[in-house]
Design a protein around this ligand. Sequence first.
Ligand SMILES: [Zn+2]
Length: 243
Amino acid sequence: MSLNPVHMLIAQNAVWAASFEPQDSVAETPKVLWIGCSDSRVPESVITASEPGVIFVHRNIGNQVHLDDNNMLAVLAFAIEHLNVDYVVVCGHSDCGAVQASLDASPSVVPGETPVTFPNEASDAPLNVWHAPLTTLAASMPNVTLDDFTKANIQEQVNQLCSTDVIQNVWASGRNVCVYGLIYDLASRRLTDLEITRSAPKATSTSSLTSSSAFTLSPNGYAKISADWRHTLAPARGPSVKS
Ligand SMILES: [Zn+2]
């Protein structure tokens, strides 16, 4: 009997699940909301050695934040207001097909007209509608390199996120939710903080969770946070506003 890719996933899951002790239930208490690209090469839990339960996730093509996207807005509201997540990540990555497509299409953008990123599709096809803001952004940055535009996209989406009612309201309430911009390099597998973090306007405390002494990797490949560092993962401390 041959296995199709879905059957293969189920078979792999069975082996993976057998490597753990049985558990009754798992609480949903994530510490981080991750907004990333749908790219199969950037699975947030895998690249951060995170166990299930740590990262609440929204991924889409090009890690974009559209202010009329109810999917993203619902995930954001649920994470912040119901799960009390205080750390939000927008993560882009190298060699992003979405970013490249918008960059490639940008020279043909006519000012005042909605850009068509994929000429083989209807101008109102979902893929073109979804790409329009990213291609418009690319058109505003002539001669930008792919790397710089990838970072500019992350910055743009961090700014977009911070303009949402959810973030504005939680900041106004006194909670210091921090929004980070990260980039993942496919070749080196390294995740880098772009240091464009935004937090509540009057926040002043600082903390950097970069020490590798903070955790060890379990035999399952997950990060196990050391007792000395566990308290630092408590809510709402982060760098002051940088942008
Ligand atoms: Zn991508």
